[in-house]
Structure formats: C-alpha cells, structure tokens
Design a protein around this ligand. Sequence first.
Ligand SMILES: [Mn+2]
Length: 310
Amino acid sequence: MKRWFIKSDNGLTKENFKNNSEFSYITCQLLANRKIDYKNVKNFLYPDYKYLHNPFLMKDLDTAIEILVDAIDNNLHIQIVGDYDQDGNSATVVLMKGLGFFTDNISFAIPHRIEDGYGISKGIVDNAKKNGVDLIITCDNGISAFEVADYCNSLNIPMIITDHHQVCFDDEGNQILPKASAVINPHRVDCEYPFKELCGAGVAFKLMQALYDELGGDEDYLIDLLQFVSMGTVCDVVDLVDENRFFVKKGLEILNSSDNIGINKLKAENEVGKITTTSLGYKLGPCINAAGRLESASIGVELFLEKMKK
Ligand SMILES: [Mn+2]
C-alpha cells in the first residue's frame, strides 16, 4: 500500500476556494500547490475557448489588424516569415491556413539554418521584393530584427512582427523594438496582455483570433488551427497553464481526428497511435525539427499545407 502525502506548506488552502463546495479539500490543496487560485480554477480544470483572453489587449494588435484587413481587401501579396524549428513551423502553418481563409495571395519563407541563420534576413527581404511581396509578417522571430526592419522601411515593405522571444533593452534598461509597422509580443513591457507565456504559434493564433473576430471568419475553421498551435506549445516547452492549457487540450483532440494529410502521414510513418504530449514532444516534433537540420525546414510547412488532388 502506498502512503500519499499532500504538500501543504505554502499557506494556500481550501480557504482560497471558500464558498465553493464543488471541489474536495484534496483537490483544492493540489490546485493551491500549483498556485492555481479560485479565479483560475475553472479555466485550469475545464479549459475552454470562452476563457481565452481578448487578443486586442495585446499591444499593436489593433494596428496589425488594420494593416491586414487593408491587405486582404486590396489583394496584396502577404508573405509569412517563420522559423526552422517546430514552433516556427506551427506558427507559419497557423498564419498560412488562417489567412488562407480570406486570401490566396500569400506565401511563406523559412530561413535556411545554414545559409540564412536564425530569423528574418536581408536576403529573405530581397527575395520578397523580387517576388512582389507587399507585406511581411514574421512569426516566432523578428523581435531583434532591427536592421531588417530598417531595410524593409527603406524598400517600403511594411512588416508586422509577431514573436514571443524576450525583447531587447539598451544600456539604460529601456526597451528597444525594431521599427516595424506593428510589433506584437506579450513580453513587451508596455503590453498589457494578461498571459505572457505563449509560444510563437500561440501569438500567431491570437492574431488570427482577432482577424476572425474582425472579419467574421468561421470559428470552427479557426479552432481547427489549434492542432498546430498545440504542437508548437508542447515542442517549445512553455508552461501548460492559462491559454496554453486550452490550446493543447483542444489541439490534441483535433490532432487525433485530424483530416490533415501531413499530420496523418507523419503519424503513420512514426507508428504513433494516439497523439499525446509525449508523442508530440519525442516523435512528431523532432521529425519537423529534423527537416530544418537535414535540409530545408520549408518541407515541414509544405507537409501540413498539402492538399488532396481533386
Ligand atoms: Mn518559439
């Protein structure tokens, strides 16, 4: 017989859950041990779309939506610039599919690990210019792309940065941001968004959530994108609390009944039955990461954008 001891030395007890007879003392203590207070208990135990935060609380998101709506209305060529790891792949797929609901005039570019190095580069912008790109959106990178943002300005290509990496500070401790048209990153010191621990795909999803709000996009189609957000969330190893918890719970459900050709092929190839956080983190995710290490990470994005020939 096992003798279980419940840690209870953090001063948080059932009193934090007072007037709430829904949960047993032990449940309350276990939640308290995870620093989940009464306010967040429902959201933690029963994650749901309705508990997601308003995306417009994110600094610059309104500006980004204005630019995007204008680009869609005028059929401008939008290019997504992602990253070569799993989260970068997920963020790129979320934006490609998310924007794809409203426009066909989209493309993506993923930096080549060896030839370009990390993040958006002048070379990628040169290519974009050559291909008639009118608007660049970065995902899972860009927060330190100071020179590239200036370069885009010199070429008159507006850039929306979406990223979740830490922002830069100057010697005096002031936040410094690239001079892009919009810089969306919950870590900005002037960003009041209540949850900071999103992965790159999570930030990309928030932008899409706002766009679907704004343009009345199909909510089921939007939620279907969470299968990719869950992959980025697990593989970037961000905490499974707050919105991340919903992204992963819902995303896993969708992954396991997905009609995405790439997901199903990847699953079959790896002999994965049910997709879990473990199979994402140790089997499927590493395959996508490997694409960027062995050759080009673009094939990982193409895999999930694959469509059946009619
Ligand atoms: Mn990331």
